[in-house]
Design a protein around this ligand. Structure first.
Ligand code: GDP
Ligand code: GDP
Length: 463
């Protein structure tokens, strides 16, 4: 959905001329004679690399018996209501008129952002009128000449942040919708029913990691390099948020981080941008591939990413790229596993896939590993099995007495998957120590073999 820009302002300031300039066709009828009847028009506008819908609110001056101000008010309100940004045009040669002030007043009260444009400024003309326009209280007016095409780059600069913000909002919404849909899949959760993958819905994945670990190289490899270069073709589709293809008959959708970065040109600090980027990717994905460079050990940023994935409750695995540069692969793998256990105890036993995106060696292990994590993330454990296990876990390690009184744990059940979520019922739920809850989570993970997936466990009161 392109964003929408409405051109508003009193008659004769040059709204239609600007509309024509942006749409690039003589769509709007421009006439010197006041009182030409025109309809409201919409067109596809191009300005630099921006594409948006532009609405020209000019016209209708003589089309009704209503007062001029009444008609303009109605039009402006309608335009404001549907536009993402309003361009308020004034005629710099004529200076500020009472009608301009009226428009400014209406626009200042509306939540829609406004860009003030002083038109008819070709060759530096209209300087004093442009200065007057500051008093409209809408910031610095952009000098423009719609007729001569001057000042368009300044107009571009003022619209571009809105384009980015709106695109961002839409993407955010698309992610929300995708997530809602996924959550909805758990609406009728039944731990007794075996997990059947929904082959209609794409498996959503994201490849995240520090800069330079080889994410783009890996994605290119996954998609087939030549296909990436030649752009979308049969089998691969792209939309606002991702790239989709079919792997072994199963739809897969990959969050398009590179695409996001291309699109988000906003002047943000690079570091800030990448954290926000990563979080969005994680929120989109069901399974996150945290990618490392084999020649560089774990860093704080990697742990931070893993923490984010855990908090968001997504499935995850570690991809160790550039395995081609490792000499003693056995020793390296052992070292990585030890580090992982030590640094990320909350997601014990996370799967590790070693590969080289550059040579392609080992890349065939990635998708099967992702699919496996996805299945675990969707895991369902029957109530009977859970309680058999719980009984054993309690007898091996009873919960400690708190303030001299025994904590009695009664039973448990899985209440949700994606990620697996359990409720444990106890007479004194709020007093069960965190360490004991952790003991239960670790036991569940080990017994039911669910590595690489966050496990949620809630205590619930029950007499
Ligand atoms: P609207 O009623 O706001 O849509 O205004 P129009 O686009 O119909 O323009 C009104 C008049 O202003 C026409 O005669 C245009 O040729 C003229 N006009 C529009 N833009 C410019 C400009 O940048 N410079 C000058 N000098 N005249 C312009
Ligand atoms: P990104 O920033 O994570 O997307 O990283 P890139 O995909 O741009 O890769 C960064 C650098 O690492 C590039 O010079 C790649 O050629 C190189 N690279 C990527 N994968 C491998 C690999 O498997 N082995 C080696 N030796 N280099 C790699």
């Amino acid at each position: 959905m392109p964003f929408k820009v409405a051109i508003v302002g009193r008659p004769n300031v040059g709204k239609s001329t600007l509309f024509n300039r942006l749409v690039g066709k003589k769509l709007a009828l421009v006439d010197d004679t006041p009182g030409v009847t025109r309809d409201r028009r919409e067109g596809e506008a191009h300005l630099g690399d921006l594409t948006f819908t532009v609405v020209d609110t000019a016209g209708l001056e003589e089309a009704s018996t209503e007062s001029l101000e009444g008609r303009m008010r109605r039009q402006t309100d309608a335009a404001i209501a549907e536009a993402d940004v309003c361009l308020l045009l004034m005629d710099a040669r004529a200076g500020v008129t009472p009608l301009d002030k009226r428009f400014a007043q209406i626009l200042r009260k509306s939540p829609t952002p406004v860009v003030l444009v002083a038109n008819k400024c070709e060759g530096g003309a209209g300087e004093s009128g442009r200065m007057e326009a500051f008093e409209l209280g809408l910031g610095a007016p952009i000098p423009l000449s719609a007729e001569h095409g001057e000042g368009l780059s300044a107009l571009y600069q003022s619209l571009q942040p809105y384009a980015d913000r709106i695109e961002e909002e839409e993407r955010e919404q698309a992610v929300e919708d995708a997530l809602d849909e996924a959550e909805g899949a758990d609406g009728r959760f039944d731990p007794e029913a075996p997990y059947e993958p929904d082959l209609e819905a794409p498996l959503r994945i994201a490849v995240v990691g520090r800069p330079n670990v080889g994410k783009s190289t890996l994605v290119n490899y996954l998609l087939g390099e030549d296909r990436m270069l030649t752009g979308p073709e049969a089998g691969i589709t792209r939309d606002a948020i991702g790239i989709e293809w079919t792997w072994r008959g199963r739809r897969v959708k990959l969050w398009d981080t590179a695409g996001m970065r291309r699109r988000a040109r906003v002047t943000q600090k690079l570091e800030k941008l990448s954290v926000a980027d990563t979080l969005r990717a994680i929120r989109f994905a069901e399974v996150v591939a945290i990618t490392l460079d084999a020649s560089i050990p774990f860093e704080r940023q990697d742990l931070h990413i893993a923490d984010l994935v855990e908090q968001e409750g997504r499935g995850m695995l570690i991809v160790v790229n550039k395995w081609d540069v490792v000499e003693d692969t056995q020793a390296k793998l052992r070292e990585l596993k030890e580090e992982l256990e030590r640094l990320l105890p909350q997601v014990r036993g996370m799967p590790i896939v070693t590969l080289s995106a550059l040579t392609g060696r080992g890349t065939d292990k990635l998708m099967p590993a992702i699919e496996k994590v996805h299945t675990l993330w969707n895991a369902r454990i029957s109530t009977a099995k859970l309680n058999r296990w719980l009984e054993e876990a309690i007898s091996r390690h009873p919960p400690p007495a708190v303030k001299g009184r025994a904590i009695n744990i009664k039973y448990m059940a899985q209440v949700k998957s994606r990620p697996p979520t359990f409720a444990v019922f106890s007479n004194r739920a709020e007093e069960v120590p965190t360490a004991y809850r952790r003991y239960l989570v670790n036991g569940l993970r080990e017994t039911f073999d669910i590595p690489g997936v966050p496990i949620r466990l809630f205590m619930r009161a029950r007499k």
